[in-house]
Design a protein around this ligand. Structure first.
Ligand SMILES: Nc1nc2c(ncn2[C@@H]2O[C@H](COP(=O)(O)OP(=O)(O)OP(=O)(O)O)[C@@H](O)[C@H]2O)c(=O)[nH]1
Ligand SMILES: [Mg+2]
Length: 364
C-alpha cells in the first residue's frame, strides 16, 4: 500500500514536472510576451551582440569558435526581462538573423512577429560617399520594410556596432556615426553605439529595449512558435540574381586587376617621362643660363660697338680735318716750292750774271 502511494506520488510528480516544462516551453503562463530581432547587413556584428545580450561572452576573435562564418538561419534565445526593481517586463524571444542579401525578404517577413527590431551597422565599415549613400538608402528601405510589417506599437532602433575599434580609423568611424545619426534623425528612431567586445553600450541598449517594451501593448499569452526552429529559405530569384552579380563582380575584379596592372605600367612610363622631363628642364635651365650670359655679352658688345662707332666717327672727322690740314700744308709746301724754285731761278740768274761779271772784270 505504502509502496503504491510512493509510486503514485512519483508518477504524479513526474507528470506535473512534464506538464510544467511543457507549459513553460510554450510560455502558456500569463504574462507579457515579446519578440525582438537583430537585423542588418553582412558582418555587422549581430551575432556577437546576440551572444552578449543572451549572457554569453564575445568570441568574435576566436578562429575556432565557428563564429567567423555568416549566420544562415534565424536563431533565438528566450530572455525573461526584468526592470531595475526586478519587476517582469516581458518574456522575450531575441532573434539573431542572417545579414546575407539572399535572406533579406525572409528576414523582413519575420518582423510580422517582432515588437522591436534593432538594425545593426558596423561603425568601422570602410566607407566613401557612394557607400554612405547606398547605406542610407539600405537603412531607409529596411526601416520601411520592417515598419510595414511590425505589429502595432513596434519600434525600430539603430545600433552602431564595434565602437571599440574607433581608434583604428577616426575618419571611417566618424563618417559611419554621422551617417547613422542622419538616418536616425530622418527616420526618427533611437540610436545607440555598442561594442560586443567590451560590452560598452549594451546595457543602454537593453534599457532602451525594456523601456520600449514596457510602453508597448504586448500579448498576455504566448502564441508565437513560428520561429522556434525556423530555417530561412533564401529567395530563389534573388539567389539567381546574386549568382549573376557574383560572377559579374569576379569578372569586374579581374578587369580591375588588369586595369590596375596597366595603370601601374603607365605610372612607370609617367615616372620615366617625368625623369626625362626633369633632365630636359635642367638642361633647359643650364642653356637659359648660357643664353643669359650670351645676352649680357651681346649687350656689352653692342654698347662697346656704339662707343667704338662714335669713337670711329670722331676719328673720321679728325682724319678729315687732318686731311684738310694736310691739303692746306701741301698747298703751302707747293707755294713754298714754287717760291723756292722761283728764288732758285733768280739765284741762278744772279749767279750767272755774277759769273759773267767776274769773267768780264777779270784781267787776263
Ligand atoms: N572589434 C570588434 N569586432 C567585432 C565586434 N562584433 C563583431 N566583431 C567582428 O565582426 C565579425 C562579424 O561579426 P558577427 O557578429 O558575426 O556579424 P553578423 O552581423 O552576425 O554577420 P552575418 O551573420 O554575416 O550577418 C566577428 O567575427 C568579429 O570578428 C565588436 O564588438 N568589436
Ligand atoms: Mg551573424
Amino acid at each position: 500500500m505504502m509502496k503504491k502511494k510512493i509510486v503514485n506520488k512519483a508518477v504524479g510528480g513526474i507528470f506535473s514536472a512534464v506538464v510544467l516544462i511543457g507549459l513553460s516551453n510554450n510560455f502558456a503562463f500569463a504574462g507579457r510576451f515579446a519578440s525582438i530581432m537583430l537585423v542588418g547587413n553582412l558582418r555587422g556584428g549581430k551575432t556577437q551582440i546576440f551572444r552578449c545580450l543572451c549572457g554569453n561572452n564575445y568570441n568574435g576573435d576566436d578562429p575556432n569558435a565557428g563564429n567567423q562564418q555568416s549566420t544562415t538561419e534565424a536563431t533565438h534565445t528566450i530572455l525573461d526581462l526584468k526592470d531595475d526593481q526586478n519587476q517582469p517586463v516581458a518574456i522575450t524571444r531575441l532573434y539573431d538573423t542572417p545579414g546575407m542579401d539572399r535572406y533579406y525578404d525572409a528576414v523582413v517577413e519575420m518582423a510580422r512577429h517582432c515588437n522591436i527590431a534593432v538594425i545593426v551597422h558596423d561603425t568601422m565599415q570602410e566607407t566613401d560617399e557612394e557607400e554612405g549613400r547606398r547605406n542610407t538608402e539600405y537603412f531607409s528601405g529596411l526601416f520601411r520594410d520592417l515598419h510595414n510589417r511590425m505589429p502595432v506599437g513596434g519600434q525600430i532602433f539603430l545600433a552602431g556596432s564595434k565602437i571599440d575599434r574607433s581608434g583604428e580609423n577616426a575618419i571611417v568611424y566618424s563618417k559611419n556615426c554621422r551617417m547613422l545619426s542622419d538616418v536616425a534623425q530622418f527616420l526618427n528612431c533611437r540610436l545607440c553605439f555598442v561594442s560586443a567586445k567590451t560590452g560598452e553600450g549594451l546595457g543602454d541598449l537593453m534599457n532602451h529595449i525594456k523601456t520600449a517594451l514596457s510602453e508597448i501593448n504586448l500579448p498576455v499569452a504566448d502564441t508565437e512558435d513560428t520561429y522556434n526552429s525556423y530555417q530561412l529559405i533564401p529567395d530563389p530569384k534573388l539567389t539567381g540574381r546574386i549568382d549573376v552579380l557574383t560572377a559579374d563582380k569576379a569578372r569586374l575584379e579581374a578587369e580591375k586587376a588588369q586595369l590596375n596592372a596597366r595603370i601601374a605600367a603607365l605610372n612607370d612610363q609617367v615616372n620615366t617621362l617625368n625623369g626625362q622631363k626633369t633632365r630636359v628642364e635642367n638642361e633647359k635651365a643650364a642653356l637659359n643660363g648660357q643664353v643669359n650670359t650670351l645676352n649680357n655679352d651681346k649687350r656689352f658688345l653692342q654698347t662697346r660697338k656704339g662707343e667704338l662707332e662714335s669713337e670711329n666717327s670722331t676719328l673720321r672727322s679728325r682724319i678729315s680735318a687732318l686731311e684738310d690740314e694736310k691739303a692746306e700744308l701741301n698747298r703751302r709746301i707747293d707755294a713754298v716750292e714754287t717760291e723756292k724754285s722761283r728764288l732758285g731761278r733768280r739765284v741762278d740768274t744772279v749767279e750767272s750774271r755774277n759769273f759773267i761779271e767776274r769773267i768780264f772784270n777779270t784781267d787776263f
